[in-house]
Design a binder for this molecule. Structure first.
Ligand SMILES: Cc1ncc(COP(=O)(O)O)c(C=O)c1O
Length: 196
């Protein structure tokens, strides 16, 4: 069987991390006392109102395909919210709904990077980022997140790693796994955020 080259790029990435998670789950299921610090499962239940609304919609027959771009009412609500929040018009045609962050990062990287491009990402990082970047063919360039700076990404550390091949900066705030929250001044600093 001949596999696509992406399988080579992903070989050895991620599997070991998930094996630890699966083992913890299995131990928990077997009754062992496990404190799970792996995936960020919310510790609050989904509000009953949302569960009821979803169940009601399905009972009323809404079980077919939705609009692939996002339900028009949702897209309109997002447009209104982000227009108010950003203080400039964000039209429905600028909005696309995707099922979760992984799918979104996959789609975004497919549209922004080519093989050999570079993606800057704060280190330590969320478990899947390495694989997401590897699948795209780009090269991951870690930007150290320094404990003495409260793990907030520093513009100087970003600037020092920018090359002609840099295409993307992953900016993750609040940050997983450190919990660091960037301050407005961090984001405005030349090299980070809008000035990159
Ligand atoms: C920083 C970060 N990126 C991505 C994800 C994955 O998100 P999703 O489950 O929407 O794919 C998480 C989930 O906790 C996360 O914390």
């Amino acid at each position: 069987m001949k596999y696509a080259s992406v399988t080579d790029r992903l070989a050895g990435l991620g599997g070991a991390k998930w094996a630890v998670h699966a083992r913890a789950r299995a131990m928990k299921a077997a009754g062992e006392k496990i404190i799970e610090l792996t995936i960020g499962e919310p510790d609050v239940p989904t509000p009953g109102r949302l569960v009821d609304a979803a169940a009601q919609a399905m009972r009323a027959g809404r079980t077919g395909y939705s609009n692939g771009r996002g339900e028009p009412a949702l897209v309109a609500a997002l447009s209104a919210r982000y227009t108010a929040r950003r203080g400039r018009p964000i039209g429905p045609d600028q909005i696309m709904c995707l099922p979760g962050t992984q799918t979104t990062l996959y789609a975004i990287l497919r549209t922004l990077v080519e093989t050999g491009d570079e993606v800057l990402v704060g280190d330590p990082m969320y478990a899947t980022y390495e694989g997401q970047i590897a699948q795209s063919g780009a090269r991951m360039v870690p930007v150290p997140l320094r404990p003495e700076k409260g793990f907030r990404m520093q513009a100087a550390d970003v600037v020092a790693r920018i090359t002609p091949r840099t295409r993307v900066l992953f900016l993750n705030t609040p940050h997983n796994p450190t919990g660091a929250v960037l301050r407005p001044a961090d984001i405005r600093a030349p090299g980070l955020g809008r000035s990159l």
